[in-house]
Design a protein around this ligand. Structure first.
Ligand code: NAG
Ligand code: NAG
Ligand code: NAG
Ligand code: NAG
Ligand code: NAG
Length: 384
């Protein structure tokens, strides 16, 4: 019933899009600052539309469609960070968000990105934080009270589902300004293989937006609560694409890296890597990330493989079988909830805190974190 009418609604919405998005130029992403005020307003209205639309997947606890978008990241946070699939998973996630804006809220543009380098000298002055045609500004750690998203209430966070929460921010301009610099971009662009590139892009350039804005954005689990997340990740994705363009023949198929979270992180907490009921769906036939790796969007859109998303100019559209994959996804959700392990999240967040506050590269932060943990049996404060 509900599912069926959703399917019909989606099919009607999707069919014209298949043509409309067939070529890359028709879905050209632009930087936020290059949009006209009308274009910015249209984007904001579409985002508010998702935040005010009824949920379609998790009606027991979700109260709006955007809750389900956040949940897709929350539930998988321990297997989409510090793994080979980091860049491709987030590429598809940004695309899923873009598809929902377009198909469910009539948004006619493409997902804008935040050209962070352009704001590197003065983050707080960025037009992205405008209160009228932007996302609103800093809130020193409390719920934001300015801008169009001031009153957004979410119902999922790093502690689980069903509790009300809000968008918080806690600017650390210095973290942003160091992390998003031309030096960092050059360093990552110079890496010679996927593993090194994935590590590099997940470091400073990734932490710049998360740690610089702080609050929810600084929370490795619930960061998509702040819709700036998608502009930040669209930018990171663009930077990875620029890396791919340096040697496209090779880099359209170059993938690798572990498909399990950092072994040291798991060890500290005494957590076993999730069992076959979770890992089987990776489809890697081992513990190294491959092009066959399954990227799960929790029913927002169909599953895709990493191979499907390697070409940013490729054609990722929700296929007409979405109802099928959605049914399966819902049936399997209980098993998958296994992934949602709070202890792992807390450890990863603690490392993130070190990376963002002391501005230490991730590779160094992990051993420091372990040493602190062993020596004093304490963790750094978790709030960002
Ligand atoms: C950043 O921009 C703001 C607003 O324009 C200004 O007040 C502030 O002085 C600038 N900071 C720096 C370091 O330039
Ligand atoms: C938020 O709610 C307050 C109180 O209801 C209202 O005055 C304000 O206009 C709302 N802001 C937005 C951006 O919706
Ligand atoms: C990854 O798989 C290989 C081959 O099965 C195995 O030798 C290795 O121990 C595994 N590594 C981890 C960290 O599980
Ligand atoms: C999509 O991925 C999820 C999680 O990996 C899996 O449970 C589900 O069976 C997949 N659906 C399809 C149609 O492959
Ligand atoms: C991995 C897993 O649990 N897969 C199951 C998903 O749900 C379908 C339908 O119930 C089962 O057939 C799969 O075995």
């Amino acid at each position: 019933m509900g599912l069926l009418s959703y399917t019909i609604k989606l099919a009607i919405a999707v069919l014209p899009m298949v043509d409309a998005l067939g070529g890359c130029t028709s879905n050209q992403r632009k930087s936020w600052s290059s949009l006209t005020d009308d274009e910015k307003s249209e984007f904001i209205q579409a985002e508010l539309c998702l935040m005010n639309s009824v949920p379609q997947l998790f009606t027991e606890w979700a109260e709006n469609r955007y809750d389900e978008i956040i949940y897709t990241h929350v539930i998988q946070a321990s297997v989409i960070h510090n793994v080979g699939a980091f860049l491709p998973w987030h590429r598809l996630y940004v695309r899923a968000h873009e598809i929902l804006l377009q198909n469910e809220c009539g948004y006619s543009g493409a997902q804008p990105y935040w050209d962070e380098l352009a704001d590197v000298d003065n983050m707080t002055a960025s037009v992205i934080f405008d209160n009228e045609v932007g996302f609103g500004g800093d809130s020193d750690g409390s719920c934001i009270s300015t801008g169009p998203f001031a009153n957004y209430t979410s119902h999922v966070n790093a502690d689980g589902v069903g509790m009300s929460d809000c968008i918080t921010r806690n600017f650390r301009a210095e973290t942003f300004e160091d992390g998003a610099s031309q030096d960092q971009i050059d360093t990552c662009l110079d890496t010679g293989n996927y593993d090194d590139a994935n590590d590099c892009y997940s470091g400073s350039l990734h932490n710049a937006g998360h740690g610089g804005i702080g609050g929810k954005m600084g929370n490795v689990v619930a960061s998509p609560t702040d819709p700036i997340f998608f502009l930040h990740h669209a930018n990171l994705d663009r930077l990875w694409w620029n890396w791919q363009l340096e040697d496209l023949d090779t880099r359209l198929t170059e993938i690798g890296g572990d498909n399990y979270p950092n072994a040291q992180l798991l060890q500290i907490e005494g957590i076993e890597y999730p069992g076959a009921e979770i890992t089987d769906y990776f489809g890697d036939d081992g513990n190294v990330t491959t092009l066959n790796h399954n990227l799960w969007m929790v029913g927002l859109i169909s599953n895709y493989t990493i191979g499907d998303v390697m070409d940013l100019q490729g054609n990722i559209n929700p296929n007409v079988n979405i109802a099928h994959s959605e049914t399966e996804t819902l049936a399997n959700l209980t098993a998958a909830e296994h992934v949602f392990n709070k202890d792992t999240f807390k450890t990863i967040m603690a490392v993130f805190e070190i990376v963002c506050t002391i501005k230490m590269p991730l590779q160094m932060a992990i051993p420091v974190m372990i040493a602190m943990h062993q020596k004093e049996n304490i963790r750094p404060a978790l709030s960002l």
